[in-house]
Design a binder for this molecule. Structure first.
Ligand SMILES: Cc1cc2nc3c(=O)[nH]c(=O)nc-3n(C[C@H](O)[C@H](O)[C@H](O)COP(=O)(O)O)c2cc1C
Length: 411
């Protein structure tokens, strides 16, 4: 008889062993300037590591400058190796492992103007890009695919050389690799479009190439959608096909998320986006058009009630279909939630908002000082991805220290 692991037990993922099974989810810290990590980012991840998690994830690092969604977003420039090393060293010194979430925005570029047409699975008008004048997108050809694969490989190699223990390929939420997976974007008629098997072909090629390049020393993860959450989007049946293809391509673990940045943020977060807070911060930053778009989109959102473990029904179906390690994500708030994920056969638990609210949640769950996070899912933290001081829980004191450090590091 196999006994159910405790969330505090170590976990082996490919070449990596974590001290426990709690992983900080990639959640855009916005603690970078013109593509470069700041001291605030180092402090943020050091604090999380000191709080007891097994691994932290540095969010949303673009594999190329034109693959950024926002102008200050980190991109994997070899010149930033010393900055990235400072980040990994701080986390290792606090006993945790560190993963690099690597991504390409494709046509989802909302914060800067990119020269020429943005790349995506298919061509056409690009509403999200229009905010900055990126009106049109074009369908990637074989040459583009080779180029993007090379960019992901180079980014993974830089992550490895900088001391990251894992790379997480972002295949969810509407970024380039998700633009292939989702029928909302992928209208191709060739071997990369149509069936779910065809739509995962390019993302699986990317993963296989990254695995071949760094997989002997670095765990290779992918974050996928269990569903897009809207009627014409990918369904859990598509996600099962995706998971099987990524398992065959060599993924060491999948992180199961859901929803899309434009069409279904309520599905991603299990609760309504805090559009008032987002719009307030965007206005403060002079982003009036984006602030207006954000408010306008609020009216189309269903009024849903937050439920802990809100992706469980979907994620169970994927658990039943594949053998590789899976990380449960979505509304984990308590020790009981984490233990339930273990009992359902998931290998790790990934948390974003609960750890933004309580960076030392894991230590407190272990000592018994807390049994659940005080996060109330208000989603105010999401607004701060647009603030120069970076992402923070709105119930915590303002991040003045981080703000000072951001400006100091820009000098
Ligand atoms: C402030 C904030 C920023 C986020 N940015 C990212 C991101 O950069 N990449 C990503 O994959 N997910 C991002 N997410 C989504 C989270 O990783 C996670 O999927 C989601 O919050 C659900 O997990 P939770 O219920 O534990 O918060 C973000 C979430 C928050 C709250």
């Amino acid at each position: 008889m196999t006994t159910q692991p405790s969330p505090f037990d170590p976990l082996t993922i490919g070449p990596l062993t974590l001290r426990n099974r709690f992983i900080k989810s990639g959640a855009n810290e916005a603690m970078s300037l013109q593509g470069r990590p700041t001291k605030a980012l180092v402090q943020h991840h050091r604090t999380l590591a000191e709080g007891g998690i097994g691994m932290t994830t540095v969010a949303y690092m673009a594999v190329a400058p034109e693959g950024r969604t926002l102008a200050n977003q980190i991109w994997m420039n070899p010149e930033y190796l010393p900055d990235l090393q400072a980040l990994t060293r701080a986390v290792h010194n606090s006993g945790a492992a560190i993963s690099a979430q690597i991504t390409h925005g494709g046509s989802f570029v909302t914060g800067l103007k990119v020269k020429g047409r943005l790349i995506s699975a298919s061509s056409g008008f690009n509403p999200a890009g229009s905010l900055k004048g990126n009106f049109l997108q074009r369908a990637m050809n074989e040459g583009d695919m080779t180029c993007v694969i090379d960019q992901f490989v180079a980014a993974a190699q830089l992550a490895r050389d900088s001391g990251f223990d894992a790379v997480e390929l972002h295949m969810g939420h509407g970024y380039l690799l998700n633009q292939f997976l989702s029928p909302l974007n992928n209208k191709r008629k060739d071997a990369y479009g149509g069936s779910a098997e065809n739509r995962v072909r390019f993302p699986a090629r990317v993963l296989a190439a990254v695995k071949a390049a760094v997989g002997d020393t670095t765990a290779v993860l992918a974050k996928i959608n269990v569903a897009d959450g809207v009627s014409k989007g990918a369904k859990v049946e598509d996600a099962i096909v995706t998971a099987r293809a990524l398992e065959a391509a060599g993924a060491d673990m999948l992180v199961l998320s859901g929803g899309r940045n434009v069409e279904s943020t309520w599905f991603m977060f299990g609760s309504r986006m805090n559009r008032e807070e987002v719009s307030k911060i965007l206005k403060q930053q002079g982003e009036r058009l984006a602030a207006f778009a954000m408010k306008a989109a609020a009216s189309s959102e269903p009024d849903i009630t937050f439920k802990e473990m809100y992706f469980l029904d979907y994620s169970r179906k994927i658990r039943a279909a594949v053998n590789l390690p899976l990380a449960y994500l979505g509304g984990v708030k308590s020790l009981a939630n984490a233990e339930q994920a273990m009992s359902e056969g998931f290998n790790a638990i990934v948390l974003a908002r609960a750890l933004l609210h309580d960076p030392d949640l894991v230590n407190k769950l272990r000592s018994g000082e807390m049994t659940e996070s005080g996060c109330d899912n208000c989603n105010g933290c999401v607004a701060y991805i647009y603030h120069p001081a970076g992402t923070r829980c709105v119930w915590k004191p303002p991040n003045d220290l981080a703000l000072n450090q951001v400006f100091a590091s820009a000098e």
